[in-house]
Design a protein. Structure first.
Length: 300
């Protein structure tokens, strides 16, 4: 029995010696073992790992999905609000502003979480060291996120309603984060064995970018009418008369005021129609389909 305990003690001594030697080797950056084992991370990981911050946790999946949806919402809503909505603030606008403040706060919280807590995978290994997490984020879009998510809704309230809508255009930088959001969502779908073909993914990306481009150009097309041609009697909006009325009158999208020598931009209640007509012009121009009967109607 004494020999058995002696052999066990000797075996444990050899094993502990081997483990200590391996730990010394993995501290040497030039050794192969250092690429597999991180001794510092091995001792600290239990202190900082939170399961909800793991790359494939349910919390991260829901968070990334929400950020993707709200980023797309911001990209669509901000230019539309800045270009088309020029009326005095109403109760609905107060609700809109409150919601957008919450959206801005969520993206600010994301910056904080991504800088301090969101773990990431590298070479098949989950990185839990805080300094490496911070370095990864600093090298991959942190400064763009800081600029894109600056809380202008709170900081620029004194500039006025319309000025605030223009200042919020800086949030369009969130579009630069869309590829990373799509990549993470695609990874989550693969994990549940929902695979998307390469051709389907390429087609979906082209379609999304195409629609976003049309939306931006439609807003730009209306911006020309609103800002650059405010004192021009015949613009595309004042000559777009769905009922065949006289050009630049109340029957058109925009009417001319002879006394002020300016048009009213777009009649109240016709904002949606002005956007649809702008969207139509851009779509037909980009697709080279032609304007059809509308261009004949406008020339009459």
């Amino acid at each position: 029995m004494l020999d058995v305990f002696t052999n066990i003690a000797q075996s444990n001594t050899k094993r502990n010696t081997a483990v200590a030697a391996n730990l010394r080797k993995c501290r040497d950056p030039s050794s192969k073992l250092a690429k597999i084992i991180d001794p510092i991370q091995g001792f600290s990981s239990f202190k900082i790992i939170n399961t909800k911050f793991l790359p494939n946790s349910a919390f991260r999946k829901g968070w990334d999905a929400a950020c993707l949806v709200l980023a797309i919402y911001s990209i669509l809503e901000i230019p539309f609000r800045a270009i088309y909505c020029f009326r005095k603030p109403a109760k609905s606008d107060i609700l809109w502003m409150t919601f957008n403040i919450l959206v801005d706060m969520l993206f600010i919280i994301e910056c904080y979480l991504r800088y301090n807590f969101f773990l990431f995978s590298k070479n098949g290994k989950v990185i839990t060291d805080k300094e490496k997490i911070k370095l990864e984020y600093r090298c991959n879009g942190m400064w763009i996120d800081i600029i894109a998510n600056f809380p202008l809704s709170l900081a620029a309230v004194g500039f006025g309603w319309n000025s605030l809508s223009i200042l919020r255009l800086i949030h369009l930088l969130r579009a630069l984060r869309l590829p990373s959001y799509f990549q993470r969502i695609e990874g989550y779908l693969i994990m549940v064995k929902f695979r998307i073909g390469a051709a389907t993914k390429l087609l979906a990306r082209v379609l999304v970018l195409y629609l976003l481009a049309i939306h931006f150009f439609a807003c730009s097309w209306f911006a020309i009418h609103r800002f650059l041609e405010h004192d021009v009697q015949y613009t595309w909006a004042t000559t777009d008369c769905p009922g065949g009325q006289t050009l630049a009158t109340k029957g058109c999208l925009s009417s001319w005021n002879e006394e002020n020598k300016t048009h009213d931009i777009c009649h109240e209640g016709l904002i949606a129609k002005c956007y649809i007509r702008s969207f139509y012009f851009v779509l037909t121009t980009m697709s080279s389909v032609g304007y059809g009967a509308l261009i004949v109607e406008m020339s009459i």
